[in-house]
Design a protein around this ligand. Structure first.
Ligand code: PLP
Length: 340
C-alpha cells in the first residue's frame, strides 16, 4: 500500500497521539481502554475529515480547482473541516447544509460548526432534508463551471475511495505506533456514518494483515445497510490501493444499536458517555458521532463483550465543536434556571 503515489496536501498534525484512558478504564472495570486522538488532527478544532481532505484536496489542487463544494447536516463537522481546508489552500468553499433535524434552537442553527464555517469564509446554502444531496452538489458544480469556475466536488463526509485513503494511512499509523509501544491491540472501535473512516481503516488493517478486528458503531442507518455501504466503499478503496479483495464481507462489522432517536439526535446513552468522558479523562466527545460511538463501547464493556486484560482502542473521530450547537441537550440551562 504505497500511498505516496497519490496526490496529497498536508493539513493534519500527524501522527495523532495514542493514549491510555486511565480513569475510564478504572471506572468501567473491564478491558484496558486506549484512545487514538484523531480529535487532535489540528485543523479548526480537529476531527477525522482532515485526514480524508489531505487526499481529496491534493486531487483538487492537481486538477487546478478554485472552489470546493461539499454537503452535510447543519452541524456538520465535515463541512467545517472542508471550509477550513479550502481556506488553508487559498480556495473558495461552498456548502450545502441539509436540515436533517428540524431543530430551530439558535445554538443549533448558528453556533458550533456553523459559526466556524462562516469564520473560514465559506458560503452556505440551506437545503431541506433531501434524498440525494450529492446529486445536488453536481448541479451546483455544473452551474459554477458554466460561470468559468473550476469546482471540485467532495462528497458528503469525504467518503469516496480518495478520501478513504486518509484512513488507510491512519491504520498504518496506528499499527506502527502500537508496535513501537509494544501494545497488542485486540479491537478497534469507532463511530461510523458516511463509511469512509471504516472503509479506509479496514482496508489498511487487513491490507497489512494486522489481525486486528474493527467495530463501527452506527449513527444513522440500520446494521445491514451500514455494513453493505461500508463494504462497497471498502472494495473500491482496496482496489485503488492495489489490494483488491483483501477485505471479506464478514470483516466489515457495524453495531447500530446506539443510534437512539436518529441521526443528529443524541440518545440518553450519548449524553451519559459525553459526561463520563469529560469527567474521567477530560476528553470531549460530540453529540452526533463520537458520543454514540463511546456509548456503544461503554455498553459493550458493561455487557462483557470484551474481556479483562484485552486492549481496546477507541478511535476518537472528533466533533467537539458540535457541543456548542447542542447546549439544550445537556439539561444545564434548566438546572441553572431552577436555582436562579
Ligand atoms: C463524520 C464523522 C464520523 C463518521 O465518519 P465517516 O467516515 O463519515 O463514517 C465520526 N465522528 C465524527 C466526529 C465525524 O464528524
Amino acid at each position: 500500500m504505497n500511498l505516496a503515489r497519490f496526490p496529497r496536501v498536508h493539513l493534519a498534525h500527524l501522527p495523532t497521539p495514542l493514549e491510555y484512558l486511565t480513569n475510564l478504564t478504572k471506572a468501567l472495570n473491564g478491558p484496558e481502554i486506549w484512545i487514538k486522538r484523531d480529535d487532535c488532527t489540528g485543523l479548526s478544532s480537529g476531527g477525522n475529515k482532515t485526514r480524508k481532505l489531505e487526499f481529496l484536496l491534493g486531487e483538487a489542487a492537481e486538477q487546478g480547482a478554485d472552489i470546493i463544494l461539499t454537503q452535510g447536516a447543519t452541524q456538520s463537522n465535515h463541512a467545517r473541516q472542508t471550509a477550513a481546508a479550502a481556506a488553508h489552500m487559498g480556495m473558495d468553499c461552498h456548502l450545502l447544509l441539509e436540515d436533517r433535524t428540524g431543530k430551530t434552537d439558535p445554538d443549533y442553527t448558528s453556533n458550533g460548526n456553523v459559526l466556524l464555517d462562516q469564520l473560514h469564509g465559506a458560503s452556505i446554502e440551506h437545503r431541506p432534508l433531501s434524498p440525494d444531496l450529492n446529486t445536488e452538489l453536481e448541479k451546483v458544480a455544473d452551474r459554477l463551471r458554466s460561470e468559468g469556475r473550476k469546482p471540485y466536488v467532495v462528497p458528503g463526509g469525504g467518503s469516496n475511495p480518495t478520501g478513504a485513503l486518509g484512513y488507510v494511512n491512519a491504520a498504518m499509523e496506528l499499527v506502527t505506533q502500537a508496535n513501537d509501544m509494544g501494545l497488542c491491540i485486540d479491537h478497534v472501535v469507532h463511530a461510523t456514518g458516511s463509511c469512509g473512516t471504516q472503509a479506509g481503516l479496514v482496508t489498511g488493517l487487513y491490507g497489512m494483515n494486522s489481525g486486528i478486528p474493527l467495530l463501527g458503531i452506527g449513527v444513522r442507518a440500520p446494521r445491514q445497510q451500514q455494513e453493505d455501504n461500508v463494504f462497497k466503499l471498502t472494495c473500491a478503496t482496496a482496489e485503488k490501493c492495489g489490494c483488491p479483495g483483501v477485505v471479506k464481507r464478514e470483516d466489515v462489522v457495524a453495531n447500530c444499536d446506539y443510534v437512539g432517536p436518529g441521526y443528529g439526535f443524541p440518545a440518553p446513552s450519548t449524553i451519559e458517555a459525553i459526561k463520563l468522558l469529560a469527567r474521567t479523562d477530560a476528553i470531549l466527545l460530540d453529540p452526533v458521532y463520537s458520543g454514540k460511538g463511546m456509548a456503544g463501547l461503554i455498553d459493550l464493556v458493561r455487557k462483557g463483550f470484551f474481556s479483562k486484560g484485552q486492549n481496546i482502542v477507541f478511535l476518537h473521530t472528533g466533533g467537539s465543536a458540535g457541543l456548542f450547537g447542542y447546549v439544550d441537550n445537556f439539561g444545564y440551562r434548566e438546572a441553572a434556571a431552577a436555582t436562579a
